[in-house]
Ligand binder design. Structure first.
Ligand code: SAT
Ligand code: MN
Length: 619
């Protein structure tokens, strides 16, 4: 097992700063004072990101019962948190884009006018931090000062959020020092919404996972603000992640000629030592983390990890599209992660990891469904109850997570540390589809690629509320994360293609999840997906020609490297089967979906749909 120590952001002797500001930027001071006046915390703690601060906060949370320390011999420096049973995932129906006009937010977002939303939020935040500490959490998304990097500050009354932010971002004094007057920064405010002193001054007992039944996750793109109330979990509370790095950043990106995407990033080295970089968009809990940490099964290839969730893309001085992972950690889905499916993730979480809503073993370690083939004979489940294998409920919540520094990933690429970003060779769009979508196909042009991204649909997973398995449209895997009108976002993608011209990366669609009539997966997936990447890279390199179908270019006979595995010929055929009738129905649904965007719908995508219909009838 490769062990890479978490580098200390700073080892200053003082543990953060109680009360004493760690900046003299008047904008920051005024904003912190304003939010403190509204939320009435007992203390203000200015986070410096030091190891001592981590130590002090984890000790405090162990004392209050929010964190359970894991067995130091088995999982050093690691903790388990159990959330409130009603606070286990993002809450899309409580997520709002607050712009002056509804049309700016578009038909796929919940919208409120900024003034209205502030009027709703004010009374909720008033006194919401009473009896608690408000933490000032400065963070950098990307190496501090880099050309693609952005910075922000989160104010929060959740020390659990602070600890996760320290893993997920470059959090601490270096970010604060960078936030000087004239530097653009994003203001994010988070409260769990459970003050410890009520309006009458009565003191209320704290609970292990404070939260509020009423939840609001609000983005204000015009003023670069996020206000999040009532939840302590994941993307609702770690505001750097989906709120800033996608919803707010997508708007910043549109305004400044770049892209903020829900994509993993990986570096591939082929058997002759040539390197390539791929970005891939998949909806939440569809295997992005697994692909980002892929261990290739075909000899000679090397895959290194740059990111597993978010990528910021910007045309570079050389005209190519350059990408960084703005994050510093993984907030990965635990269930389904095991040595057989994702050994790299398993090796990453050897220690220094916060686990949320997984099960606890009798020897003080963690377990979840899929970690091993057979569960231990006794566990404490994610809600703190005794659990045995005959229980008819899962031991870990399906959306349980691990938070771990990317530096612990044995396959982390050196490029993660560099601020200029990597030049992209290919962009992949994926989803979870039992039917129709081929294992891999290459778009016929950039615009066709944008059309593919725009029309992606996927089966629902545990990361969203609703029925698992139902099909939902999830364009660019950005449905819950695009901070403005989705159709305008597609137009922006089309215009980036014009900027890039011949330097544009090739665009592909992949689907690891196609099933036969008998319900069995047709493709083995996981490490074998390297065979698909191998074909993609050989297409990028012009080594293979493929065969053009109505929906895109797929591997020609013999082009997909199947050495050493057995995929029955009939399965292989089915993996690439394009049924014109089913596809015509798919086109009808796409047309229906596009219709809701009205006049905002880019004509180029309507043309792509028409062209696809024509190609299908020519089959
Ligand atoms: O809760 S998060 O948004 O951080 C994770 C996800 O759903 O992708
Ligand atoms: Mn995600």
């Amino acid at each position: 097992m490769t062990v890479i120590d978490t580098p200390d952001v700073s080892l200053d002797s003082n543990v953060g700063s109680h009360g004493e500001p760690t900046t003299n930027n008047p904008e920051v001071l005024a904003w912190v004072a304003e939010v403190a006046e509204l939320t009435e915390p007992d203390y203000i703690h200015w986070c410096d990101g030091s190891q001592e601060e981590w130590q002090a906060l984890t000790e405090e949370l162990v004392a209050t019962g929010t964190l359970i320390p894991l067995n130091k011999d088995l999982r050093p420096g690691s903790f388990l948190a159990r959330s409130h049973p009603g606070d286990v995932a993002r809450v899309e129906d409580r997520t709002f884009i607050c712009t002056e006009n509804e049309a700016e937010a578009g038909p796929t977002n919940n919208w409120r006018a900024p003034a209205d939303m502030h009027a709703t939020l004010k009374p909720l935040f008033r006194g919401s931090m009473r009896g608690r500490t408000m933490y000032v959490v400065p963070f950098s998304m990307g190496p501090v000062g880099g050309p693609i990097t952005q910075v922000g500050i989160q104010l929060t009354d959740s020390p659990y959020a602070v600890l996760n932010m320290r893993i997920m971002t470059r959090m601490g004094q270096a970010a604060m020092d960078y936030i000087t007057p004239g530097i653009e920064w994003v203001r994010t405010v988070h409260s769990v919404g459970m003050p410890l002193v009520n309006d009458n001054g009565d003191v209320i007992d704290d609970v292990e996972w404070p939260c509020n039944d009423e939840k609001y996750i609000c983005q204000f793109p015009d003023t670069l603000e996020v206000w999040s109330f009532g939840s302590g979990y994941g993307g609702n509370a770690l505001l750097s992640k989906k709120c800033f790095a996608l919803r707010i950043a997508s708007v910043m990106a549109r305004n400044n000629g770049w892209l903020a995407e829900h994509m993993l990033l990986l570096k591939l080295t082929n058997p002759v030592g040539k390197t390539f970089h791929i970005a891939a968009a998949f909806p939440s809990a569809c295997g992005k983390t697994n692909l980002a940490m892929l261990r290739p099964t075909i000899p000679g290839w090397k895959v290194e990890t740059i990111g597993d969730d978010i990528a910021w893309l910007r045309p570079g001085p050389d005209g190519r599209l350059r990408a960084i992972n703005p994050e510093a950690g993984f907030f990965g889905v635990a269930p389904g992660t095991g040595y057989s499916t994702n050994p790299v993730a398993m090796d990453s979480i050897w220690g220094n990891t916060i686990f949320t809503n997984v099960a606890l073993t009798d020897d003080g370690d963690v377990w979840w469904e899929g970690m091993t083939d057979t569960p231990p004979s006794h566990l404490i489940d994610w809600q703190g109850n005794d659990w045995t294998p005959d229980a008819d409920r899962p031991a870990a919540h399906p959306n349980s997570r691990f938070t771990v520094p990317i530096t612990q990933c044995p396959t982390v690429a050196n490029e993660w540390f560099e601020s200029d970003g990597v030049p992209l060779d290919a962009i992949l769009f994926g989803g979870r589809r039992a039917t129709n979508i081929p294992l891999v196909s290459e778009s016929l042009s950039w615009n066709h690629g944008v059309f593919i991204g725009a029309s992606v649909s996927s089966e629902k997973t545990a990361a969203q509320e609703g029925t698992v398995g139902e099909l939902r449209r999830d364009p660019f895997a950005m449905l819950p994360f695009c901070g403005y009108n989705m159709a305008d976002y597609w137009s922006h993608w089309l215009s980036i293609g014009e900027t890039l011209g011949e330097h544009a990366p090739k665009v592909f669609q992949v689907n690891w999840f196609r099933k036969g009539d008998d319900g069995r997966f047709l493709w083995p997936g996981f490490g074998e997906n390297s065979r698909v990447l191998d074909w993609i890279i050989r297409r990028v390199d012009g080594e293979v020609t493929g065969r053009e179908l109505a929906v895109g270019t797929v591997p020609a006979d013999g082009e997909l490297n199947l050495d050493g595995i057995h995929v029955p010929a009939a399965d292989l055929e089915e993996l690439f089967e394009v049924d014109p009738e089913l596809w015509a129905a798919e086109c009808d649904l796409t047309e229906e979906y596009f219709a809701q965007f009205g006049a905002n719908m880019p004509e180029a995508l309507n043309e792509q749909l028409a062209a696809l219909r024509t190609r299908l009838t020519a089959v």
